[in-house]
Design a protein around this ligand. Structure first.
Ligand SMILES: Nc1ncnc2c1ncn2[C@@H]1O[C@H](COP(=O)(O)OP(=O)(O)OP(=O)(O)O)[C@@H](O)[C@H]1O
Ligand SMILES: O=P(O)(O)OC[C@H]1O[C@H](OP(=O)(O)OP(=O)(O)O)[C@H](O)[C@@H]1O
Length: 222
């Protein structure tokens, strides 16, 4: 018997928007998936040929890139940060909208022009994207990797600036920071392991089409 397809879902904030899409695409997780008390991480669905795993956002890309999961949903920030060649991202799901931006303390931003920087020290969860952005304009970037709460780094002297996700801007505002430059817009994508897509096209292509239809994109899997 063929092994079930494994679909990786991030357990963070995308989950709320991803779950209705998953269900509309015909994949309904077993009740334990929504039970906050449950410690289960791997779930059955209404389809015997599909299982769901719930992992951290960055790990969704890792599981799918290595073929441990065949499909997943993840932010384009994570896809771009890793640049795994094994990942194919055929559908923009139009959820999880935010942007990757540079921010700094309000008191500095008044007289500061990012175009005049030659060297920056940045706290970020996205060192690869940060280096790439600054390198493209000849700025030397020293990145300090954090996994969350970047916004407290400038006040504590860890780094003068941060590169982080922004949506409402409330986290920056409440921590005395302002956005000084937008690096890229972000949204969540359906991702597929390229080798699995070739080897199990009969199972995976119809699912990709379901997601394409949900976001109103014409049926043509590249
Ligand atoms: N403020 C935001 N608005 C909209 N989407 C966001 C926002 N912050 C993050 N995202 C999207 O949600 C994804 C997961 O973010 P989330 O905050 O759930 O994870 P996390 O808590 O940062 O990571 P982890 O699960 O590793 O703790 C991000 O990769 C991004 O694509
Ligand atoms: O502009 P806003 O609407 O305030 O959203 C931005 C915040 O959302 C994300 O954090 P999250 O809540 O996911 O927590 P984190 O610190 O674990 O990344 C991001 O890292 C910002 O801190």
């Amino acid at each position: 018997m063929t092994k079930p397809l494994v679909f990786a879902i991030p357990k963070g904030r995308i989950l709320k928007e991803a779950l209705p899409m998953l269900e509309a695409a015909g994949i309904i997780p077993e009740p334990a998936f929504l039970d906050k008390e449950s410690r289960l991480l791997r779930f059955k669905t209404n389809r015997p040929d599909i299982e769901i795993i719930r992992v951290r956002a960055f790990d969704v890309a890792t599981f799918v890139a290595h073929g441990a999961a065949q499909m997943g949903i993840v932010g384009s920030d994570v896809i771009e940060e890793f640049s795994y060649p094994e990942l194919y991202a055929p559908v923009d799901l139009d959820i999880g909208h935010c942007r990757l931006s540079i921010a700094e303390p309000k008191r500095l931003a008044k007289d500061d022009d990012p175009r005049e920087w030659s060297h920056v020290r940045v706290a970020t969860k996205y060192p690869h994207l940060t280096h790439r952005h600054f390198e493209a304009r000849g700025v030397q970037a020293e990145c300090i990797k954090l996994n969350g709460a970047m916004e407290i780094a400038p006040a504590l002297g860890l780094a003068g600036r941060i590169v982080d996700l922004v949506s409402s801007g409330r986290t920056l505002e409440e921590n005395g920071l302002v956005e000084v430059e937008k690096i890229m817009p972000i949204s969540a994508r359906l991702i597929v392991n390229r080798a699995a897509f070739k080897m199990r096209a009969g199972d995976i292509a119809p699912l990709v089409e379901n997601f394409r239809r949900l976001v109103g994109v014409a049926d043509n899997v590249a």
